[in-house]
Design a binder for this molecule. Structure first.
Ligand code: NDP
Ligand code: GDR
Length: 322
């Protein structure tokens, strides 16, 4: 039986990845923040796997603790999904964001190198690392130009992973993930906020939904599909870096229209642009090119934008708003 260790076990992707790996017969051990042992993990519960994942609490910058954990668990695969994932929050506490994302990844890599180098490692990198890149298509060769403390920290973790692969020979890979969502997405993210807002308007709990830049563009996919790409990456004989995206870019306005239309509502009657929510240094995403993942991994996203949004709106409606 293969064993996987997943950091950030309380998060969206960790829940879908746990489900995928358990279905494949893996033993799954999750690393959560220390200090909340036995706390309920609603996303694991939501996918019916809370009882099947063994959870340990550990500070990801604790090198000795991580080394001991690796020696004890001897995992075949290690997925580093932990991190403070709200880009805006990284401006509020850039030092903590850098600790959670950059220092944690380096500590994991170093513990892996010294204690259990045979494990295969996956780093959750982000399209935010491209930031201000001028190219219209973003792929693995596009130069990075990070725009936020979050993205700078992600780039440090990314380059450290590349370094441990190319210089020290670890089987270490980076998934350069574009936005991916699910009913587990909170209202700090635009699709979660739209799904929640539509549900609340439909239920008569609200009349308006305040948003920022409606013309902003993103490539949105389903988290369930993106964790399949992560898993496939670690099954390759050779490690590498892969853009994971659908290839379809849409505006926030388009996403809104789909959500409101599904609920039988007219977006223009409810959406209000709040200039305070418009981001000053907006990342400009024109087109994501995931052809390497399609070609080498045989990976294809299964859920399109419409189905993703419908799933999110219906889940928010069932929850009765938040
Ligand atoms: P989530 O925010 O849902 O999950 C990340 C988890 O990491 C959270 O549960 C968080 O815990 C935990 N965490 C943060 N800091 C620490 C720490 N110091 N020690 C232990 N755990 C910690 O994000 P996703 O599941 O959506 O994303 C997974 C990874 O992929 C993240 O690293 C994210 O940056 C990256 N990514 C995600 C994309 C997306 O669109 N979803 C796109 C590109 C990259 P807590 O809940 O307590 O904060
Ligand atoms: P992002 O996701 O910053 O791309 O980071 P988010 O959903 O927050 O923003 C997407 C786009 O929507 C626009 N927008 C709004 N965003 C929010 N949150 N709230 C609003 O009211 C609103 N109105 C418009 C934003 O300006 C932006 O253009 C996500 C995270 O998962 C990161 O961890 C990950 O690295 C990147 O995706 C890839």
């Amino acid at each position: 039986m293969s064993k996987a260790l997943i950091t950030g076990i309380a998060g969206q992707d960790a829940a879908y990845l746990s489900r995928l790996l358990l279905d494949k017969g893996y033993e799954v051990v999750g690393i959560d923040r220390p200090g909340r042992p036995g706390a309920p993990l609603p996303r694991l519960q939501g996918l019916g796997v809370a009882g099947d994942v063994r959870v340990v609490g550990l500070d990801l910058t604790d090198f000795s603790g991580l080394s001991r954990l690796l020696e004890r668990e001897q995992p075949d695969e290690l997925y580093n999904l932990a991190g403070q994932s709200i880009v805006r929050s990284s401006w509020q506490d850039p030092i903590q964001a850098t600790k959670d994302t950059a220092q944690a990844a380096l500590t994991l890599l170093e513990a892996l190198r010294l204690s259990w180098p045979s494990a295969r490692f996956l780093q959750a990198s982000s399209s935010e690392m491209f930031g201000g890149a001028k190219q219209d298509r973003w792929d693995e060769a596009t130069p990075f130009l990070p725009h936020s403390p979050y993205a700078v920290a992600k780039l440090f973790a990314h380059q450290s992973t590349v370094n441990y692969r190319t210089t020290l020979g670890l089987h270490a890979s980076c998934a350069i993930l574009f936005n991916h969502e699910s009913p587990f997405r909170g209202t700090d993210f635009v699709l979660g906020k739209i799904a929640d807002g539509v549900a609340r308007i439909k239920l008569g709990q609200a009349r308006t939904l305040q948003l920022g830049n409606l013309d902003s563009q993103r490539d949105w996919g389903h988290a369930r599909d993106y964790v399949c790409a992560m898993h496939l990456m670690l099954q390759q004989a050779r490690p590498g870096d892969y853009v994971v995206a659908t290839g379809r870019t849409a505006t926030v306005r388009e996403a809104c229209r789909i959500a409101f239309a599904h609920a039988g509502l007219a977006m223009d009657d409810h959406v209000v642009v709040d200039p305070a929510l418009v981001r000053p240094g907006e990342v400009r995403c024109i087109e994501a090119d995931a052809s390497k993942a399609r070609r080498e991994l045989g990976w294809e996203p299964k859920t399109g934008l419409e189905d993703l949004i419908v799933e999110m709106v219906e889940a928010a409606h069932r929850r009765g708003g938040r």
